[in-house]
Design a protein around this ligand. Structure first.
Ligand code: HT7
Ligand code: ZN
Length: 880
């Protein structure tokens, strides 16, 4: 495969004004008639002067006919290769008619037009449209689309595409058609088509200017009762985007479709969002609280793309974070506003620190705006999405909410209908605010996670506290000697009674009495020293409050300081963070420690306080009780020995559970819900606390815990309770209960694919049921389906990504297993294969006995016959 460079970007030679498509859908294939109105691009100097050949992308297409301005194109005037259709001589303006034949029923890659169960659907981002017909498939070519779909009326009564339906009618042979017109010019990646026997759920939303928008959700009839939450979330998102960004929806119809076979979570096609069923369908009985939360945020995310992505799109795929980073920022703001902003911040930071920092430190590290790629789908990464969102968040922090809003207004107004760059986004923020973001742009260009080494001293005689911050940015593949970045660093200082102290940067500021109790320091140099005046005792620093930048912080906290911050910091995020750092310190001390080393009693005391004090913010407590994961602990360790980390963590967890056994039972009982199921933050926190207490009790095989768990499983009226109990039994030593609950769960929910996915993953992710022999049995289970990405993720993804102790079996069997499955999948769905291989790519991070075997597994994949371009890029870069 070829490497594509940002520096090679050229404007398109030809533009498409209109794309009129006609799809004839059959069981043995589909015929696509495309009529495209082309003209030379006035901005393409080269083409103005010489008249360049017309080059259209195409992938796996059978060309049936090619007509230019009404005349068949002579074979000598065009050429078809695997990837391109080239027409040599074309006029300034012309109409090209192309007919292609494709086979959606055999499309296992799930790119372009494919069949999911009995329905047709599409996935065109990033480069799927070229699997449908020949087209300049790049985001800076935007056309007005009309789409006529023809299909059997009984099998496919519902025919959908982007925009508004303008015509429909019956055809001969029991067939019918619907024509859709999308008035907004769009790139081909936003094209969508759906055909199926689907149930329609209707709702509506009145926009701020008083327009009524029809909201429609299309699902298979068996999912009729699982639509309400997504539709409600959509309405909340529409109202929030009006209030927060002044953005109103622009078409008369907004449609959501759920499909079972989908490579990612969802897709923001104009007016016709397509969702992976697992990210949109929910009922109290089948979805956990976490799933509800995920649905709300993904529905909002796809909706927000209507402005940040569709109305203003990307010039090229190097700019992917322009839409993804900004839209993730918007959806996290939204989720924070709908629930607890602190809890949302903890969740975002956890993903970032566990997985994005790992990506930044690995062989595929790339900047938020990459400089090159081979296969763009490999770049739908946490760096583009969540680090990209952090970059936007830092702009928000630096500008403040009002100037940020001025900047986003300017951005949408200035670039409406255009395909632009991340630089255009930053420029709009600069122009609206008057701030210079020149150095800040390095966040888009330099890969890697900045590290802040912090030290301090207190000058008692002067009453001055000195804080020193040194910034470094590690080398990443292809990037060395990086420059310091512009980092907003939020800081608070606490006095010995836990009170917030004023942060006076000078004697004058101290005298003014105006010094704030929190400051955002702006780091721009490799090293800074700050002085804080008027302090009568040595303060305790609350560093990087709210996780104000995506950086690593090192500072030699004492355990006493961490305990103090856990109890007193007014910043909820840093209270949680202090607890995490304390737990990490204690667990790390236990790695390989002799039996007589005991767990620090202060950690037990801190957790006792959290579990017992019902006056604390229970949603925050529920988060604080979750010990750092093995994945995060491994991420923090060079030469990691995962089984040893796992044993140390488990030892601490069991110690806590034994020491706090009575408090756990009391916490469980205090949080039993008596009333009907509710989804508010308080009820969610209660369920979470109860399930944590239950999991800990069953980890130590507590008999009272067992009976509470059996009762909870039996009486559950919702999936959070049921799954909480199931998980606790799966991870307990109660073998019979584990088998019985797993069996009952499957019998109860076997007809619901989304629940069966959860049943697969709870087993694959567990230390006890996720042994390789059982994983093989799951792959043989009748409900497993090699063509369904969700099932693959639920078993193979959960094993390699969550069941770290079994994946890193010292005998290397976990690695070998993953290599075998990845090779197998590469032939049917290379996108999924390339994503699944990721746990092996970090091989250099682990102790030699592990890393050598991981490297060997990667080499085995490298040597596979017909390795896809997707997998090639990941494997070769990882081994380089
Ligand atoms: N913008 C969407 C990206 C997407 C995608 C990319 C590659 C392959 C398959 C895909 N399905 C969806 C998702 C989003 O909103 O971020
Ligand atoms: Zn997105």
């Amino acid at each position: 495969p070829q490497t594509i460079y940002l520096s090679d970007y050229k404007v398109p030679a030809y533009l498409v004004d209109t794309a009129d498509l006609r799809f004839e859908l059959f069981e043995d294939g589909a015929r696509v008639h495309s009529t495209l109105a082309f003209r030379r691009n006035p901005d393409c100097q080269e083409n103005q002067e010489t008249g360049a050949p017309l080059q259209l992308h195409g992938d796996s297409l059978k060309l049936e006919s090619l007509v230019l301005n009404g005349e068949a194109v002579a074979p000598s005037n065009y050429n078809v290769s695997d990837e391109l259709l080239t027409v040599n001589q074309v006029p300034q303006h012309f109409t090209l008619q192309v007919v292609t034949w494709i086979e959606p029923q055999n499309n296992t890659r799930l790119e372009g037009l494919y069949k999911s169960a009995a329905m047709f659907c599409t996935q065109c981002e990033a480069e799927g449209f070229r699997c449908i017909t020949y087209f300049p498939d790049r985001p800076d070519v935007m056309a007005r689309f009309s789409t006529r779909i023809e299909a059997d009326k009984t099998a496919y009564p519902v025919l959908l595409s982007n925009g508004n339906p303008v015509e429909q009618g019956d055809l001969s042979d029991g067939r019918h058609f619907v024509t859709w017109e999308d008035p907004f010019p769009k790139p081909a990646y936003l094209f969508a088509l759906v055909a199926g026997d689907l149930l329609e759920k209707q709702d509506s939303f009145t926009t701020m200017s008083g327009r009524k928008v029809d909201l429609r959700m299309y699902v298979e009839p068996r999912n009729s009762e699982k639509c309400e939450y997504a539709l409600d979330s959509l309405k909340r998102a529409m109202a929030w985007d009006e209030q927060t960004y002044g953005r109103e929806y622009d078409l008369d119809i907004f449609m959501i479709v759920a499909v079972d076979d989908f490579n990612m979570g969802a897709m923001e096609n104009k007016g016709l969002n397509i969702f992976n069923s697992s990210c949109v369908l929910a009922s109290q009985e089948t979805a956990t609280d976490m799933a509800f939360e995920r649905i709300e945020s993904i529905v909002a995310h796809e909706y927000f793309h209507n402005w940040s992505g569709n109305r203003v799109t990307c010039r090229d795929w190097f700019q992917l974070s322009l839409k993804e980073g900004f839209t993730v920022f918007r959806d996290t703001q939204f989720s924070g506003d709908m629930g607890s902003a602190t809890v949302k911040r903890i969740e975002s930071a956890t993903v970032l620190r566990t997985a994005q920092f790992a990506e930044d430190a690995g062989p595929m590290a790339h900047s938020v705006r990459p400089a090159s790629y081979m296969e763009i789908t490999n770049f739908y990464t946490l760096t583009i999405y969540v680090k990209g969102a952090e970059v936007v968040r830092m702009i928000h922090t630096l500008l403040g909410p009002d100037l940020f809003r001025k900047g986003s207004d300017l951005y949408f107004e200035r670039h409406d209908g255009q395909a632009v760059t991340t630089d255009d986004f930053v420029k709009a923020m600069e122009d609206a605010s008057g701030r210079d973001l020149g150095q800040f742009r390095l966040w888009y260009e330099q890969a890697g996670t900045p590290q802040l080494a912090i030290s301090d001293e207190y000058d008692e005689s002067a009453g001055v506290y000195h804080l020193h911050v040194k910034q470094t940015l590690p080398d990443t593949p292809g990037q060395t000697d990086k420059q310091p970045q512009h980092i907003p660093f939020a800081l608070g200082l606490l006095g010995s009674r836990g009170e917030a102290l004023a942060l006076a940067l000078s004697a004058d500021e101290l005298a003014s009495g105006d010094a704030p109790q929190e400051r955002v320091l702006e780091l721009t140099e490799a090293s800074h020293s700050f002085e804080f005046h008027g302090l009568s005792e040595r303060p305790v620093s609350s560093l990087l409050r709210h996780f104000s930048a995506p950086v690593r912080v090192s500072y030699s906290w004492t355990r006493e300081q961490l305990l103090f911050l856990m109890n007193h910091d007014s910043d909820g995020f840093n209270r949680w963070d202090a607890g995490q750092r304390l737990a990490i310190d204690v667990i790390q001390q236990m790695i390989g420690a002799p039996k007589d080393v005991t767990v620090d009693a202060r950690l037990v005391g801190a957790f006792r306080h959290l579990i017992s004090d019902a006056d604390l913010d229970q949603a925050l407590v529920a988060k604080m009780l979750v010990l750092p994961t093995v994945a995060y602990l491994a991420e923090l360790t060079d030469g990691a020995d995962v089984p040893a980390i796992h044993r140390a963590r488990r030892r601490v967890l069991k110690h806590l559970a034994i020491a706090l056994r009575d408090e756990l039972v009391a916490c469980y009982r205090r949080n039993i819900d008596s009333g009907p199921y509710q989804l508010g933050p308080e009820a969610v926190a209660r369920r979470s606390l109860r399930n944590t207490a239950l999991a800990w009790l069953l980890l130590i095989n507590d008999e009272e815990g067992r009976s509470l768990g059996l009762g909870q499983y039996r009486d559950a009226d919702n999936m959070t309770d049921r799954m909480g109990a199931l998980k606790a039994f799966v991870n307990s030593g109660y073998d019979d209960d584990r088998a019985a609950t797993l069996n009952d769960f499957y019998q109860t929910f076997q007809h619901d694919p989304q629940v069966v996915e959860q049943w697969f993953s709870v087993q694959a992710a567990s230390r006890r049921t996720g042994q390789l022999s059982h994983i093989h049995a799951l792959l043989e289970h009748p409900a497993f389906d090699w063509k369904n990405p969700n099932k693959i993720r639920a078993v193979i993804g959960a094993f390699a990504g969550q069941n770290l102790v079994n994946f890193h079996n010292p005998d290397g069997s976990g690695y070998q297993f993953l290599a075998d499955q990845v090779c197998k999948l590469d032939d049917s769905n290379p996108q999924i294969a390339a994503r699944l291989v990721s746990p092996l790519t970090r091989w250099r991070k682990f102790a030699p006995e592990y890393s050598q075997q991981m490297q060997a597994a990667l080499m085995q994949i490298r040597d596979k016959e017909n390795l896809s371009g997707d997998l090639y890029e990941v494997v070769y870069k990882s081994l380089a």
